[in-house]
Design a protein around this ligand. Sequence first.
Ligand code: NDP
Length: 246
Amino acid sequence: MSDTKVALVSGGSRGIGRAIVLRLAQDGFDVGFCYRSAEGPATQVAKEAQEFGGRVLPVQVDVSQGEETRAWVARAEEELGGVDVVVTSAGITRDGPLVLTDEAAWDEVIRTNMGGVYHLCRAAVFGMMKRRSGCIVTISSVAGVYGNAAQTNYSASKAGIIGFTRALAKEVGGHGVRANVVAPGLIGTDMTDKLSEQARRRLTEAIALKRFGRPEEVAELVAFLSSDRAQYITGSVIEIHGGIAI
Ligand code: NDP
């Protein structure tokens, strides 16, 4: 087994997760990542990440499913080695006003966004505690900090991630493991491509920097939190939103 550090990223095939996979590979990590269904983008990300010289392991996993997620972590530990960094980026939206949000839309978002964080961290953290070293970065959202209209399910799931991560930081800090939250504002990905032109214009106007963020800008923050440069940072919620929530 090599001495290279190992990172696991959920939802690494597109958007913010993709940028994180590439950035951590560039920083010298071996990277395992998962995606739910779209194999084409995952294969392409793996190819690009491998160009940085490390090992890359893409696996199809639905993080809302505990058994699949545990099997993914076990396989990554077997093939890449002990996991040093976990980044939970897999997430979905099923937007609508509460009066139109049915149980399926509620359950799917909570199971994927919050359940996925539980399953992945639960599977990976014990190995970190045993090695007395590790770093977890969960991707929440400004919706989880401030709430967004027509996103009660999503905002609840993202607020849950903040509570989870802070609790975990207190629980495992004494074992040498850090846990932090990154809460992005509007970032240009497939998720925000769904917005109408009118909504996009209105939202851009509300951002102090007058533009959506780029996935690479979030990846830069995640790379910092994952590194030894951030060794005294734990239990923090770091917002990155170009000034939308001020
Ligand atoms: P995208 O929709 O662009 O990408 C989502 C990624 O997550 C894909 O790789 C997708 O895989 C994967 N994924 C979705 N569901 C599952 C699942 N059940 N199991 C495993 N993988 C899954 O999203 P973004 O990059 O925009 O968002 C990434 C994270 O950042 C999310 O948690 C999101 O809530 C959060 N965020 C995004 C913001 C934005 O403005 N974009 C703002 C704030 C937070 P596949 O391709 O196979 O479907």
